[in-house]
Design a protein around this ligand. Sequence first.
Ligand code: BGC
Ligand code: BGC
Length: 834
Amino acid sequence: MSRCIRIILPIALLTSAVIDPAHAEVPAIIPHPELWPALAHTSIDPAVESFVAQLLSQMSLEEKIGQMIQADIDFISPADLRTYKLGSILAGGNAAPGRNVRATAQAWLHLVDDFYRESLHNGGPHASIPIIFGIDAVHGNAKLLGATIFPHNVALGAAHDPELMRRIGEATAAEVSAVGIDWTFAPTVAVARDARWGRAYESYSESPTLVAEYAAQMVTGLQGQLGTAQFMSSGHTLSSVKHFVGDGGTLAGRDQGDTRISESELASIHAVGYPAAIQAGAMIVMASYNSWNGLKSHDNRYLLTDILKQRLGFDGFVVGDWNAHEQIEGCSKYRCAAAILAGVDMLMAPDGWKQLFQNTLVQVRSGEIPQDRIDDAVTRILRVKALAGIFKRPAPSERSDLAELGSDAHRDLAREAVRKSLVLLKNDHDTLPLNPRATVLVAGDAADSIADQSGGWTIDWQGDHNRNADFPKAVSIYAGIKEAVKAAGGSVEFSTEGKYLKKPQVAIVVFGEKPYAEFEGDRETLEFSPNDKHELLLLRRLQAAGITTVTLFLSGRPMWVNPEINASDAFVAAWLPGSQGNGVADVLFKSGHVPEYDFTGRLPFSWPNTAMPVTYQASGNVAGAIYARGWGLDYEHKISSGPLSENPAIPQHWRAPIGSLFHAGHAIAPWSIFVADGGDEVHLTTTRQASPNSAVTVQLTGANGAAKAIWSGAGTGTLRMSGRPLDLRSAAARGASIELRYRVDDPPHQSVKLGSSLNPMLDLTKSFKDSTPGEWRNMSIPLSCLANQAADLREVAIPLAIETDGRFAISISNVQLTNKGSTPVLECNRATTR
Ligand code: BGC
Ligand code: BGC
């Protein structure tokens, strides 16, 4: 069968006067250190300082640089530590013993123990320097099977209960220590100011005050009370406060984006968690991926050194984020003096650690990085290790306690946290509390999904491939309801689609966001499920049948759900409650507990009245909210609200056509642009990014502009778009295509291939050569051209990639998946496969 590519002839370039915030002017900044609190240096203990100085004086340069590097377990084996005396090991989002994310706790402990024991061989003339092992225990030690999964931070913010935070910190530390792990990459103290951000759920609140209060309590819970014998005693774990700084303030909520605000806003809104955490004993701060007014945090000497280390009195160490140093202009993941010079003390170099080690050595020997910067960094790392008792701890296998993992006490605490985090947004006609003796229907995609109620950073990075069997001893929301109703003598039917045999008195419909993490969770608008309204239709159908509807909405952020609220008699924001879904039924039903549980959760974020995020005004007012922060009903307070507006009010210029990947000058969330060469790729998070070896550079040309990609001819360079894997099978069967609006700026010098992930690459050299330079055109590539067989289209992570070895330049103003067809012009060419 012959398949075709279509070239559509040039149409006049659309212009628009709308300013895209992503391309707004960068304000000029004159540093104002006085805007930050001047804090005393408190973690200096003379005995520790002399121990560290002595140790440092006996270390070789290789040993020092080793301390400054952290590798990921997927890319290093314990035995490597005999040759490379690294300071730390991490298990990243997808990493696990034997690359099995469902490994047993025993397997984790063995691995951690092996790394520890190998690290002891670094003794030489001086004391051995044990590694510290880090993990993202951001809502409990949730990568481990059988761990207690606490509600995500957004939910904890709703509890407004700092003391609860301390207890959750203690329980988390116990579960991290259970397998001998020393360090968690938590708490996140971001103050999210645009809920479209894919990490909004990692933020406790839009309120800096609440974030600061929680930061201190969480650090205290994890590490133990500073200044007492409890501090870093057995069962406690190092915390790291992240991400310094401004991660919650990026333009349009783009993950890893640019935070374009004044220094006073940075200090008074986004940074308030740091002084609080440092004063509570936090000794590690993680630098952020985001830029501040165009400069990457990892490259910002003023913020990392002058402010954090000097002004805020921080004597611990700064750890970099996952290969974040590669985003600095002139750096790659294998080489980056700039980050070290700016003040990053330990680089998170998951896969590139070995080359980074070699290159850093060369850079110190050549004088590019001064010796005293190295000595300062290593002093900080050793200081933290000494203050945390790392030199004196027994081996992981001798201090672990597997019984702590998922213990009943921790599960009870998580269940309490769930009860306290539920926010009642609507309760007309006293729908709640429900009578547990009623006839109840439980419906909705998320009702019996522990994965959905746990969200991202659960078992693996995205948390989107888990089944209930992966959560031993956890309780789904449905299971909790069933238990409560059965115990009281009521009856429950369960059907995701809301079917029933016996007409229920009440239907509890549980639905919401599917799990995501980081940039994969970025969104263009806050409209819940813009292209699939089946949950809304279900609510309307139930209501039309005279059944009372209660919605339990699971989400990592406030969203625009006005139509769903209108179609519900009662509506509860349940966030991402984690493993103890039974905490929901505790509050929903008249339980017979004395006193009865009531809704005590209050909104930690303003809830938007349209699909666009609320805005924060200098006066402190929030515009665009339908429910203000702090709002929440309870059984005492009955407020009936009339119907809410069902107009999402998305401005025309922000409304990308369905299926858009790139439109109006920016990649459409959750899609991102990456540039790659030599097997490595870098994420475009500013307006310009070169691939690691400069084979290809991409640049955003401005509002309603294009992504201009320039291949230098220095090796094979690839431009790709990726986001969340798409199932394109049915689209392909319908004859859908990928449409590209492009302009060749410099014709290809070698062959140019276009394709999608791991599938045949089409040779498009001729089409690009035939396009008149400077002229805009459209190209339509049927999805069926991009796959050998339909099955390949099941999980397409990279819908579009363009690759060449030679010089070439192209501007792309639009990329869209579309059902539209147009006149076939070219053969679907399959000359190349890879
Ligand atoms: C995230 C951090 C995390 C680290 C290690 C990064 O991508 O931004 O928050 O701690 O990975 O998994
Ligand atoms: C890792 C995460 C990391 C992320 C960053 C993932 O593969 O597992 O730890 O945060 O990449 O892109």
